[in-house]
Ligand binder design. Structure first.
Ligand SMILES: [Mg+2]
Length: 273
């Protein structure tokens, strides 16, 4: 059941009125950072375990997986703030969440360095490091005259560099926005509100694509429609059931495991064509 190519949750929805598209980056288009979850979770469990609360490693893993998953899509710092709170709750003295973020990024970079280098040196086809069907989807949306924005919880300089490495930066004529040091002044919600304020786009003219509930919620809140990408990284063949449940709960109109069912997705989004 979960291998289906397009799940329609809201049969009344379409994107015929859409003029602007908000894309999440990691897990929605890019697979460069695939596996980040399995770097972040053990890093946190390892530090929580010795605090001597009697919780088993399995208990802690479950707790960490829950909040890391829940906060996915927001800037990384929020996962680290929650992590620091979890240490404090168990009687430990946490470091500055920013330090944890740097530790995590160093660990993750070790894991993904070879992917970035392979792309930079042209040793790998960029499409192999993207969710299947991404480039064709971007092409078609751009050719329909929609204005595309990229919005990411990953640090902006990394995200922009990785979009360039994948050769998709030129699609985002609206701009590419990621996490900055003054994290309180950026969120996907703030970005959507700013686009509405500073352009002539209405909330109902937004179409969102994301694998996390944050970006889906940001678009649904203003009256737009949204495609949930329940990508099971890195293969992205079957739907990831955890992502799927989260995306459905926050009001995704459609859910896909990847963008391979191009024609099906296009006729759901743009029924008149
Ligand atoms: Mg994502």
């Amino acid at each position: 059941m979960l291998s289906r190519t397009l799940e329609i949750l809201n049969t009344d929805a379409d994107a015929a009125a859409a003029r602007v598209v908000l894309f999440d980056f990691d897990g929605t288009l890019s697979l460069i950072r695939a596996g980040w979850f399995d770097v972040m979770v053990p890093m946190m469990v390892e530090e929580l375990a010795p605090l001597g609360t009697g919780e088993s490693e399995a208990d802690l893993t479950e707790i960490v997986e829950e909040y890391v998953g829940r906060l996915t899509g927001r800037q990384t710092i929020y996962q680290m703030i929650e992590y620091a709170d979890q240490i404090r709750k168990r009687g430990g003295t946490p470091k500055d969440p920013l330090e944890y973020k740097h530790e995590y990024l160093a660990l993750l970079m070790e894991k993904i360095r070879h992917r970035r280098e392979a792309l930079r040196e042209g040793r790998v086809d960029p499409d192999e490091m993207m969710v299947p069907g991404s480039r064709r989807l971007l092409d078609v949306l751009r050719d329909r005259g929609l204005v595309l924005y990229l919005a990411s919880g990953t640090d902006q300089p990394f995200m922009r560099e990785e979009a360039r490495l994948l050769g998709i930066d030129s699609y985002f004529q609206g701009g590419m926005f990621g996490a900055l040091d003054d994290y309180e002044n950026f969120s996907k919600k703030i970005l959507v509100e700013r686009i509405i304020r500073e352009s002539d786009f209405e909330g109902s003219e937004f179409l969102g694509f994301g694998d996390g509930f944050v970006e889906i919620e940001a678009v649904k809140t203003v009256g737009g429609c949204a495609v949930g990408a329940a990508t099971d990284e890195p293969d992205c063949v079957e739907m990831d059931p955890v992502k799927r449940a989260r995306l459905a709960a926050v009001g995704a109109d459609w859910i896909v495991p990847n963008f391979n069912a191009h024609n099906e997705l296009m006729s759901a989004l743009f029924p008149e064509t």
